[in-house]
Design a protein around this ligand. Sequence first.
Ligand code: F6P
Length: 328
Amino acid sequence: MKQQIKKIAVITSGGDAPGMNAALRAVVRACSYYEIECIGFYRGYQGMIEGDYTVLDARSVKNIVGKGGTILKSARSDEFRTKAGRKKAYENLKKAKVDGLVLIGGDGTFTGGMVFNKEYNIPFIGIPGTIDNDIAGTNYTIGYDTALNTVVEAIDKIRDTASSHNRLFFVEVMGRDAGFIALNAGVGAGAEEILIPEENLGLDRLLESLKRSKRSGKSSSIVVVSEGDKIGKNVFELAEYVTENLPEYEARVSVLGHMQRGGNPSCFDRVLASRLGVKAVESLLDGKPNVMVGLINNKIVLTDIEKAIESEHEINRELLRISDILSI
Ligand code: F6P
């Protein structure tokens, strides 16, 4: 294994996701294993700009494998979008004698890493951590599985009320411009309809489907709405529109919000984070930088960072068909 890298800095950046701590632990412990120094900047790129970091050794990441959030904290740094901000970050990295970076975050984090690398040529590896699962080059991002389980549990509970009161619930879930959470949690929780950005169901079809549900004897229904869906109305307007057109329905809206990002990571996310964290350090040491580590068909793969950012991670349209069949 090549050993040109002597000191690595790690950050967690963008929206926090369950499993980020497990990834951090894996990075830090792999550094210890390969006798590489490791430091962690707080609040993502913002900490790099401010020179705000801590030295991380194997013991400093004890008991965090199962903790949600990120002990390094996270931020979306506007200053890092500026040349002046990135220059400050570079100077702090030089001062701390950092010669490689591990960036745990989503596509915004990776875009920042790519721009920074083009300007200052500091090798980096991306580890995909976001509940949205909207990154190409991996079947799963860290945090997505936990968020799915959180959403399914929440919808199960909402269904108790929906069914007790014969109500129609619109449940808005996160995912930014991607429908992974909505689609998979929708199927998992047995939703009657799932609205995702990748497929515009259309208002007429939604009304038709809800009429059909009533006719088939359903007394309550759940519609999962992805926050980025393109139906043209927000979830509250949607509920209003439906009850105006179908007064037989008593509708309620439930926006799940940031509870979807919290909680202890699932075992799947912990194992994923552990595998990706170790591989990230090994790739830097092997002289294979500027890639993202991901999991495809249960194998760890490296994807060029530009490709990971620019390609689309496609949803599984088969699930839409399955949902249609099962919500009869
Ligand atoms: O990217 C994760 C995510 O939770 C998205 O699903 C959501 O659109 C966004 O972050 C919310 O960001 P913030 O926490 O800044 O409101």
